[in-house]
Design a protein around this ligand. Structure first.
Ligand code: ZN
Length: 442
């Protein structure tokens, strides 16, 4: 396929804006890139997809999400509003996840995947919980991911908050899925090992996880002070120090949030090469504070951008990051567009490539995976590679994504979904969510 009449935004090490260009795709890769007339002459027989002058750029990447959270939309928590994040966990998330069946897990994932296709997010790293439907839950999500045409790295969050048997079942689910992909790799799927957070992981469970798996983990770290206080109180150690003792950190591990870590914990994350993800909309919503993202980046930590289950429209997360740190510090110099680009583009692509090493992700270049979106944006001011982040922050809207391609397959064309049936998925989700809400309130 030849994508013609495009204004390319290449991202990658040397981001370029290339008007009137074309991209040649073959299989799941980009194989050629050049001026439109040149490529049309070179590939006269190729099927063409006319971008009609739209911006054509790599699909977005989400470094930390929860497909299982979709049914929380519009849900009322009975009683007084939760006063802090531990109460939000107990009164919302730890009740919602218990109400999920495997059918709900599938429906919830599909809702998020539809949202991701529509808003141009083509690679996602998910963290799943369904304590009453653990066995096989990652297969159900994997099915949905395959159906969607997107790419996702999956894990099950091990925790001992529901007792030893469920902790053991969580470990088994991670290991079962990891082995499944080792034996039967699939280009759209990757696996890691999920852990909830230090405050719901006993020493015995952490030991069992480490004994089961020698690779990387995906864990929430110090999202709220409670995680640090709990760790200091019970174990005499801060969270990162404790997890490090169990070998949880490392170049294949992801630490979500890290809002309340101290300088030594940051140094440990750096020394071990652990990835950190930042989720500003979630942090604002849960009122947990603002992570020292700029400090962590200055230290050389690879901080990525996730959505923590918020809409899969990553430019919304860009905007939240841009505004949040300015407001939190009362300083308009904080969190500039290039810093957000470093997280959302450079580091997210590098993290995605750890899970999907077959070809470069997040860049328009020959040899890269063909994950591509068309953006119907007509700038009213000059747009250059230099000021692109500010056009995204102040001009781009998720609804401007008209076409989404992943692994060379067109998943949405001119806003019409070609693989997922949005009406059917939505109707099913609404019916199942109503039942989940009944169980939640029972
Ligand atoms: Zn999370």
């Amino acid at each position: 396929m030849l994508i013609t009449n495009a204004t390319l935004i290449t991202w990658g090490e040397n981001n370029q804006i290339l008007p009137d260009h074309a991209l040649k795709l073959e299989g799941d890769r980009i194989v050629d890139l050049g001026p439109a007339a040149e490529l049309r002459a070179k590939y006269p027989a190729a099927e063409t997809l006319d971008a009609r002058g739209q911006y054509v750029m790599p699909g977005n990447i989400c470094a930390h999400t929860h497909f299982y959270g979709a049914f929380a939309r519009g849900m009322a928590i009975p009683g007084d509003p939760a006063k802090d994040f531990p109460e939000i966990l107990e009164r919302l998330w730890w009740k919602l996840d218990k109400a999920l069946t495997l059918d709900d897990v599938r429906a919830s994932a599909l809702v998020c995947l539809v949202d991701a296709v529509k808003h141009g997010t083509t690679t996602l790293i998910d963290h799943h919980a369904s304590p009453n439907a653990i066995d096989g839950s990652l297969d159900v999500i994997a099915d949905a991911v395959q159906q969607s045409g997107l790419r996702a790295a999956l894990c099950y969050e091990v925790t001992d908050r529901d007792g030893d048997a469920k902790a053991t079942a969580g470990i088994a689910e991670n290991m079962r899925f990891i082995k499944r992909l080792q034996q039967n790799p699939h280009p759209q799927l990757a696996a890691t090992f999920g852990l909830h957070a230090a405050l719901t992981l006993s020493d015995a469970v952490l030991t069992a996880c480490r004994d089961a798996w020698a690779g990387g983990f995906h864990v929430h770290i110090a999202e709220h002070e409670a995680d640090e206080y709990h760790s200091l109180n019970r174990y005499g150690l801060r969270v990162v120090d404790r997890l490090h003792q169990f070998g949880i950190l490392g170049e294949a591990s992801i630490a979500a949030h890290c809002v309340h870590i101290d300088a030594r914990e940051a140094a440990l994350l750096k020394e071990t090469g652990t990835w950190v993800t930042h989720q500003p909309r979630s942090n604002m919503n849960n009122a947990v504070g603002a992570a020292d993202v700029e400090g962590l980046l200055r230290l050389g930590i690879k901080v990525c951008l996730g959505n923590d289950g918020f809409s899969n429209a990553m430019w919304e997360e860009w905007k939240a990051a841009y505004l949040y740190h300015k407001a939190a510090h009362r300083d308009p110099r904080r969190m500039g567009g290039y810093t957000i680009t470093e997280m959302a583009i450079t580091n997210n692509a590098a993290l995605a490539n750890r899970f999907f090493p077959q070809a470069p992700i997040g860049v328009l270049a020959p040899g890269a995976l063909a994950d591509i979106i068309f953006v119907d944006y007509y700038p009213t001011t000059p747009l250059s590679a230099g000021n692109l982040p500010w056009h995204i922050l102040f001009g781009f809207e998720p609804s401007l994504v008209t076409t989404t391609i992943a692994s060379g397959r067109v998943l949405m064309k001119d806003r019409a979904l070609l693989f997922l049936d949005e009406a059917e998925i939505t109707a099913k989700s609404r019916a199942l969510a109503a039942k989940v809400w009944e169980r939640f309130n029972a």
